[in-house]
Design a protein around this ligand. Structure first.
Ligand code: SAM
Ligand code: SF4
Length: 475
């Protein structure tokens, strides 16, 4: 698939900054949201075409409740059409919270003298991963502060270690990374360890606001961060995740910033981001963040729906920063991945006691502390298919190939069958009898709805093989 380049004030060139705040504000201030225009834009999104900045501005400027409802309904429908009813599950694993940066909103910032600094040893990582495997996790994201101890070699060693840890039928099949931007050599080193996605959130796409929050360390350099995922692409690490930390600046601007970043990656590398994250600012130890840009729940739902429509092919991640109620609500408007059983305190997965959160040991407050088992059960109850699938990146369906996601049939051929197979493994290995009963029922229903493109006969035969003890079967 080739993308048609769009003309911007700053032309897209690999590894060159591309954000022009004036241009983004111009789109927001000068784009009208009429019913006709909103419906035209929705129709384009339904066609699974990525929206331009101007079209995204039409949606962010929509305040008429009737039209907002149409946007939400469209996002809900598009999610079903593109992603089916599956939700991919993962868990974050914090490896180290030493940090030389001074991001005012983060509990790990260097000036926070209350923070207890910990870096997990190999033995501790092993214990943590075994505990995660005992719960049924298959996909992890390793998270790091920015510190000379967390070099690309260190990260790559951690990744190899994690892949090697097996307990019973447990294994981690995909390790993603959320860490500081690297140079080209660094990305190469980390790529070679076999990671899935490398995530770097820009936090805010407004350089002036960015300067106010990032007071020390390498992270002060807006453009080094902005171009980081270009450097990843340069070494063939084509599976990248972008994000903005909502609450630092005007949410409408950030939505356009994320779309502009998407367009840049498409224009330079012919591939958009694999995932978009939209964390909302949460309490942290001695946090220092403004009231002005707090995003309320209503606007949060709306911005998630707009992102779903604006970049129909991308994965959308909603984390346990959000409350159970917000997660239940927002999931339907386009989310494709959530974390489950999340614990942020370093080393806490392997501790049996479930203590209250101590913010001096964590980056920020989480608001959904349910176990993976509880989340799986709720997803099944709501007819969402929990998935632990890791097939695409292991079969090389990443980057440009992943963009085939928008080709009709992809979900039926791969995603739904792989969700069914990985859920089958989970049911056999980790679920209670009650969840097993509900899970098999949902699998049966889903199989009944798959036409031959999804190959239900072959899936049923593989489920039998899983019941007989085979593991890791995928399409
Ligand atoms: N240190 C690396 C960095 O800053 O890119 C990666 C890890 S950082 C621990 C991961 C993300 O957490 C940040 O990019 C930021 O968006 C988010 N974060 C930081 N403080 C937060 C807070 N108080 N509430 C919610 N999210 C926060
Ligand atoms: Fe460090 Fe990342 Fe926290 Fe900033 S957001 S203080 S870089 S861990």
């Amino acid at each position: 698939m080739k993308f048609i380049p769009e003309k911007y004030n700053i032309p897209d060139e690999p590894m060159k900054p591309f954000i022009d705040p004036e241009e983004i504000w111009n789109y927001i201030n000068n784009t009208k949201s009429t019913p006709e225009r909103v419906r035209e834009v929705i129709a384009k999104a339904y066609d699974k075409k990525r929206l331009s900045l101007e079209e995204t501005a039409v949606l962010v400027n929509t305040t008429d409740p009737v039209l907002v409802e149409e946007i939400l309904n469209a996002a809900r429908d598009l999610k079903k059409k593109v992603y089916g009813n599956r939700i991919v599950l993962f868990a974050p694993l914090y490896i180290g919270n030493k940090c030389t940066n001074n991001c005012t909103y983060c509990g790990f910032r260097t000036s926070n003298k209350d923070a207890l600094r910990v870096t997990l040893t190999d033995e501790e990582i092993t214990k943590e991963v075994e505990a995660l495997e005992d719960n049924g996790q298959k996909r992890l994201i390793l998270v790091y502060g920015e510190h000379k101890d967390y070099s690309p070699e260190f990260i790559a060693d951690n990744v190899r270690l994690v892949y090697g840890i097996k307990k019973g039928n447990g294994e981690i099949r995909r390790v993603n990374i959320n860490a500081a931007p690297l140079d080209i050599e660094g990305f190469k080193t980390v790529k070679e360890s076999g990671i899935g996605t490398y995530q770097v959130f820009q936090e805010t796409y407004n350089p002036d606001a960015y300067a106010q929050y990032h007071l020390g360390g390498k992270k002060r350099d807006f453009n080094w961060r902005l171009t980081s995922l270009d450097r990843a692409q340069e070494v063939g690490l084509d599976d990248v995740g972008i994000g903005a930390l909502f609450g630092l600046y005007d949410w409408r601007y950030e939505v356009l910033g994320l779309v502009r970043h998407t367009n840049h990656l498409e224009a330079c590398y012919n591939v958009g981001p694999h995932t978009i994250s939209f964390p909302r600012l949460k309490d942290a130890s001695s946090i220092n963040a403004p009231e002005e840009y707090v995003v309320n729940d209503k606007d949060f739902v709306k911005l998630v729906a707009i992102l779903r429509l604006a970049v129909p092919y991308t994965g959308m991640i909603l984390t346990a920063r959000e409350s159970v109620a917000v997660r239940r609500e927002v999931i339907q408007f386009g989310v494709s991945q959530i974390d489950g059983g999340t614990k942020l305190e370093l080393g806490s997965y392997s501790q049996s006691k479930n203590e209250d959160q101590n913010l001096n040991r964590e980056q920020f407050m989480i608001n959904d502390s349910r176990s993976l088992a509880e989340i799986v059960e709720e997803l099944i109850d709501h007819e969402n298919l929990p998935s632990f699938c890791t097939a695409c990146y292991r079969l090389g369906r990443t980057g440009e190939h992943f963009m085939e996601f928008s080709v009709p049939g992809f979900i039926k051929r791969y995603c739904t069958p792989n969700a069914i197979l990985t859920l089958s493994e989970y049911l056999v290995d980790y679920a209670t009898p009650q969840v097993q009963t509900k899970g098999w029922k949902l699998i049966d229903k889903t199989l009944g709805e798959l036409n031959n493109q999804g190959n239900p006969v072959e899936i049923r035969s593989r489920i039998e093989r899983i019941k007989q003890g085979e593991r890791d079967l995928y399409f």
